[in-house]
Write a protein that binds this ligand. Structure first.
Ligand SMILES: Cc1ncc(COP(=O)(O)O)c(C=O)c1O
Length: 408
């Protein structure tokens, strides 16, 4: 168990490329992370050596693909400490994972029921609940944040009551970096509602930057994407408590999710297949297992310390940089630095940084209401991953000096 950032970087082929004739400084990890060679190799191996559909085949390739595919489910289940492999549902990403929950809740909610989300939601955990509430007549309540981008705990608690059916909150904010104290919040929600309210965690930004143990958290659902955690795109996970998923309204119908079909009717399969209609993204599942197995070999505490050190360095340099304002200064953060500059729209900042090889993200980060709440049109966001270095942070600020000069 060791953590050597330079040795880690060598495992990511893309990190040695250039962009506009400059070495790539990739700081757009909250959007998607890069993939280590082992993940790329696992995908190539599947397509080169045992490409086949899963479950239905009566031949060797199908057996091999099915075994790897189902082993990957065990890998995820044990990584997040699920109680059972049946609790791990493959989806196309966090967005679909959340949609499975909101689609089911829309059928369970009644007029007068309340659903709580926060002011810091990604659209994936806001628009979905808006729709579920519109369809069911339930009321959507929005828990406020302070100007630092932290949930105001007392206000949040005040919203929870006898009508609360569902609370869906982000583990961490993609736009600001705020890391929510989800364990404590879940425990309060459960206490106040005598275990009546369900809790979903949007873990898209949490899974790569914290140690997730779903049993310890005691949430009901936890959603995340493979591609933000060193795995391939097109794959996500919905983890849910088995007793809830067992008869959760089916999301899509078709092949695989049935046990018996007549011309008139159909019976649903058991978990986890009842929520997985059609041919899954087999290559991505296998690639994701490789990503998790790779990540597990690292000293996770050392990884988190390294990322925190990058954020601390970047925050200090940002505070010393005149004409730059940090957006989101919560006391606990994942490695995300969002900022605006006196001169220069975020899009211009992104463009000038790109010309210097520095990749960041700009705009509203799929959190438009949050940008309005903070009275900014959008931000420039640098987000770090375990393969970033102190030198990457330096390069960001060298490039920002150029932005300042050019926009003066
Ligand atoms: C907090 C949060 N929730 C949900 C999502 C949606 O994830 P995906 O696009 O992988 O479905 C994202 C993606 O940026 C996110 O940051």
């Amino acid at each position: 168990m060791s953590f050597d950032v330079l040795q880690i970087r060598q495992q990511f082929p893309i990190l040695s490329r250039t962009v506009h004739n400059r070495p790539l400084v990739y700081l757009d990890n909250a959007a998607t992370t890069q993939k280590p060679q082992v993940v790329i190799d696992a995908i190539v191996d599947y397509y080169s050596n045992y490409n086949s559909n899963v479950h239905r085949g009566a031949h060797q390739l199908a057996d091999e693909a099915t075994r790897k595919y189902e082993d990957a489910r065990d890998t995820v289940a044990s990584f997040i400490n699920a109680n059972s492999r049946n609790e791990v549902i493959w989806t196309s990403g966090t967005t679909e994972s959340i949609n499975i929950v909101t689609h089911g809740m829309a059928q369970k909610l009644r007029s007068g029921d309340e659903v709580i989300v926060t002011q810091m939601e990604h659209h994936a955990n806001l628009v979905t609940w808006q729709q579920a509430c519109k369809a069911s007549g339930a009321t959507l309540l929005i828990a406020p944040i302070n100007d630092a981008g932290e949930l105001i705990r007392e206000e949040f608690i005040k919203l929870i009551g006898a009508r609360t059916r569902m609370v869906s909150i982000p583990h961490a904010s993609n736009a600001l970096g705020t890391l929510n104290p989800i364990k404590a919040l879940i425990s309060e929600i459960k206490k106040i509602t005598a275990n009546q309210a369900l809790v979903m965690i949007d873990g898209a930004q949490g899974i790569a930057h914290s140690e997730v143990d779903v049993q310890q958290l005691n949430c009901d659902f936890y959603a995340f994407s493979s591609h933000k955690f060193y795995g391939p795109t097109g794959l996500g996970v919905l983890w849910g408590k088995e007793n809830l998923l067992t008869d959760w309204p089916v999301w899509q119908t078709g092949g695989e999710m049935i046990s018996e079909v007549s011309y008139q009717d159909a019976k649903w399969n058991t978990l986890p297949y009842r929520l997985e209609a059609g041919t899954p993204n087999i290559a991505a599942v296998i690639g994701f297992a490789a990503a998790i197995n790779w990540f597990k070999q690292l000293d996770i505490k050392a990884v988190l310390r390294h990322e925190d050190a990058l954020l601390t360095q970047a925050t200090q340099m940002a505070e010393d940089f005149s004409g730059l304002r940090i957006i989101g200064s919560a006391s606990a953060k994942v490695p995300v630095l969002s900022f605006v500059m006196d001169r220069g729209h975020p899009a211009d900042i992104g463009f000038i940084l790109d010309r210097q090889g520095v990749a960041i993200r700009t705009g509203h980060h799929c959190a438009e209401p949050l940008m309005n709440r903070l009275s900014v049109p959008g931000t420039a966001r640098a987000s770090f991953a375990l393969y970033n270095t102190s030198d990457d942070v330096e390069q960001l600020f060298v490039a920002l000096k150029k932005v300042k000069m050019m926009l003066a």
